[in-house]
Write a new protein. Structure first.
Length: 345
């Protein structure tokens, strides 16, 4: 039996999830050609399985950041050519917005936080959080995720191509998101000359931020707001991705999809951090009544990080995924994000 409070939160979560009436049911596609060109009639299941396992084993190469030579910055807006190209030209210009603190810390290190919003965020998402960091003398750089805002082609209403029932496109888009995040870290470190850099991401931005954290040791501390174990499980079970799940129909099983999307799943990288004896602090934030990132998946991720002895702080919100953006929960969430980053930067 669901407790009354949980029932109310779940009811509110479903209401908020149903506001977006423009979700598109995209057709299933293996998408192998998007990540490897023509595969010459090879069985797509065998190809994608081999590709995913190799990409995970060699993730340093999969998420490698080549030199970026065309950073353009006007004092607030930063742009550059994404190191990962997609067929949509608008999406291949990476973009970010810089928030400079009003007061500078003259005696200590220069500190900045890279901020990655949620799926289908608009230009106002996470701006309050960036300005909160500014109040404490910390700069913020808010990254525009692939297919969002100016990166979204005119014919596209939502950022459907970031997460879709096209397996290869989702791998390509998430790889681009991680590499773009690493490029933003490079700009903060080498061009803007920040000494200490943190990262925070929410929802799919949390997954992206964690993968960037794993693969870029210039990031000193991370906060991952809404966490889960496997990318496929969230798509399969979450209410926000029900239309994506419907697009798969019976073409693949959850177990298959979990393998295909292994390189973009957080859980297996906990062991990678442990092998590197990585002591950087990070916080996982999960929501007890989350219907988008189900709590048992969040607990799996937390337990895996704890099992490997990582420098993890885990905390739970008494709300859901969408409701974490509403009063009063957004204030609690914002404090859990900012306090940890400010403490460790």
């Amino acid at each position: 039996m669901v407790a009354p409070f949980a029932y109310l939160i779940h009811r509110r979560e479903r209401h908020l999830a149903q506001r977006d009436a423009n979700r598109r049911l995209l057709p299933f596609d293996w998408g192998a050609s998007l990540i490897a060109g023509e595969i010459d009639g090879a069985d797509p299941r065998s190809f994608l399985r081999a590709f995913a396992l190799e990409a995970f084993q060699e993730s340093e190469r999969f998420f490698a950041l080549p030199p970026i030579s065309d950073f353009r910055f006007d004092g607030e807006r930063l742009s550059w050519t994404s190191a990962v190209a997609t067929p949509e030209s608008e999406n291949n210009t990476a973009r970010a917005r810089f928030f400079a603190p009003r007061r500078k810390n003259e005696s200590g290190p220069k500190r900045a936080v890279l901020v990655l919003p949620q799926w289908n965020a608009d230009s106002g998402s996470h701006v309050e959080l960036c300005r909160l960091f500014n109040r404490f003398g910390v700069a913020a750089l808010r990254l525009t995720l692939p297919y969002h805002e100016e990166r979204r082609p005119a014919w596209m209403e939502r950022a459907e191509y970031l997460v879709s029932s096209n397996i290869g496109r989702t791998l390509l888009s998430m790889r681009q998101a991680v590499v773009d995040a690493r490029a933003a870290v490079q700009w903060l470190s080498e061009r803007a000359r920040f000494d200490r850099i943190g990262i925070v991401g929410s929802s799919v931005g949390s997954c992206t931020a964690f993968l960037a954290f794993v693969h870029d040791e210039r990031i000193a501390v991370g906060v991952f707001n809404h966490v889960s174990s496997y990318f496929a499980d969230v798509v399969w079970r979450g209410i926000s991705t029900a239309h994506v799940r419907a697009g798969f129909a019976d073409e693949v099983s959850l177990e298959e999809l979990r393998t295909y999307w292994l390189p973009i799943s957080p859980l297996p990288y906990a062991a990678r951090l442990a092998r590197k004896r990585d002591g950087r602090p990070f916080r996982f934030i999960a929501a007890r009544y989350d219907l988008t990132f189900p709590p048992d998946l969040s607990q799996q991720m937390i337990a895996e990080a704890q099992r490997h002895g990582l420098n993890l702080d885990a905390t739970w919100l008494p709300c859901g995924h969408y409701t974490s953006g509403e009063r009063p929960w957004k204030y609690l969430d914002g404090w859990k994000i900012a306090s940890f980053l400010l403490k460790h930067l």
